[in-house]
Design a protein around this ligand. Sequence first.
Ligand SMILES: C[S@@+](CC[C@H](N)C(=O)[O-])C[C@H]1O[C@@H](n2cnc3c(N)ncnc32)[C@H](O)[C@@H]1O
Length: 289
Amino acid sequence: MSRMQQSPVRGPHVDDSVSAYYAALTKPLLKYMGGTLAAHGGLWGPDTTSHRQAYTRANCTLVQGCDLDPGKWVLDAGCGVGGTAIWLAQTYGVHVTGLTNCEPHVSVARDLAEERGVGHLVEFRHGDFMDLPFPDACFDAVFNQESFCYAPDKLAYLQGVYRVLKPGGRWQGLDIMRSGAPLSESQEAIHASLQYSCRTPSLVSWRDVLAVLDEAGFEEIRERDLDSEVAPSLENVRKLCFLSMFLIPSPSEENRVYHEFMQAALDFDQGLREGVFTYRFVAGAKPAS
Ligand SMILES: C[S@@+](CC[C@H](N)C(=O)[O-])C[C@H]1O[C@@H](n2cnc3c(N)ncnc32)[C@H](O)[C@@H]1O
């Protein structure tokens, strides 16, 4: 029996190239992200003075408007090595399920949750968020931090989220989207490079995301432009990229993929400055009745 057939929660949609990419990024994420465990951009406000604060600000922005108390159950869909899930449990005392299609991240994230004192509140599972392995109406909130961009079919994904949310539950995401502006040939190339460098399907525009939320049945649909808040993070990444591309040698697989991860950040930075991409908070609520 193949590995794919053996897995209990692994559906037919799992994209092995995405999971292999993130598996190869495990060590760099643990080593270079300053203990934040983040595989996403930080957000800088007027009082932000450090990367750590920028990542905390991003987490706070992700959950804005959600009523998170001990006893609530939330899903972190596309949870990476567990940074956001662990932060949610530590900050709000909520129960968190982290779902990832990158199998090696499950045990890494579990160990980190134990180490950080929230192993009793957080569980990590291997699975495909296109085929959510959960019963109907079991979560108070579902979060996607820079992982919604990986959903190959946004409507199908949000319909799945709608199913697992309790009435009145919320879906909230932070992500890179297309601005919707027509692209020149060179800007199409930036988009193609970003897609290749972080293995995403073609990005959709933020207006299309709002339309799809509506089509999936969500209400209280909201969005917030975070371009100016993510820009300082990208400026820092730009400086770090040039340094690390020299300092971190090829050709090991791990280093090659880390270089690609850095390239994706550079593409995002250039595309943001040229108006190709935007960084948005998007959210909607399942009707309460
Ligand atoms: C940019 S990383 C963000 C990780 C984490 N949310 C964070 O902010 O640190 C994208 C994550 O989405 C996960 N992912 C992508 N497609 C997925 C899918 N179909 N099902 C579950 N997880 C997925 C990847 O494994 C990766 O961990």
